[in-house]
Design a protein around this ligand. Sequence first.
Ligand SMILES: [Zn+2]
Length: 232
Amino acid sequence: MKFSSPFPKYSTLHLFIEFVVGKIYFQGIDDVDVDTVMRRDAKGRFWMNDALDFHHLSHQSFREWLADRNVSDEEVDEDTLRAYINALYDSGPLEKLLLQMVEEIFFLMFMNREFLRKYHEMVSSCVKTAELDLLSKSDCDHFASDGVLKRSHIPMWAQRAVFYRDRGACAICMTDLTGIVCIGNRKHFDHMVALQNGGVNCVTNLQLLCETCNLSKGADSSVTSTKYESWY
Ligand SMILES: [Zn+2]
């Protein structure tokens, strides 16, 4: 089970975004029409080259690649295009593009707690179905019982990421938890979707809460808020 390891830096959300982007991307490649590409390329560029250039990833353009092989425009067919795309993938730039897009999307999505809460509700529906008898030994070690993962120590990097994302304030009541002025407010790192409810040990499933909000949150409820501090 992909979601069982505690606190991977390449988080469950990275995996999910990679899956979605990869699906859209490669489906897009399957749908590429050679005539359209050649018409566009005759004017200048193939969209894939534009995407790689936009992300500053050096690569050989489709037209340069054709010229190297002495392939004329008339000879270009779907196999030629596919061979070029495979060459881009094998030489690295397409894989780098995919990973860069994953990081950019992650950056945006990690800031939106309500999205993360809904995403982890979805993940929990998968975790809840896990049966220890059917899991590998290594996966099994991460579970406390069927459908429930063991509590795991939250690494410092994950605590820092969540603390700074939530800007040192309780995600629900906005109480200041920086400890700079009010040293009595204790900070809690809360699993938005609780472990006992199919939640996972992932930085994207955490939020910063004050003690009062954390203790008053029902064990079975996944709660966050859409309150965000104004940038200005
Ligand atoms: Zn609070």
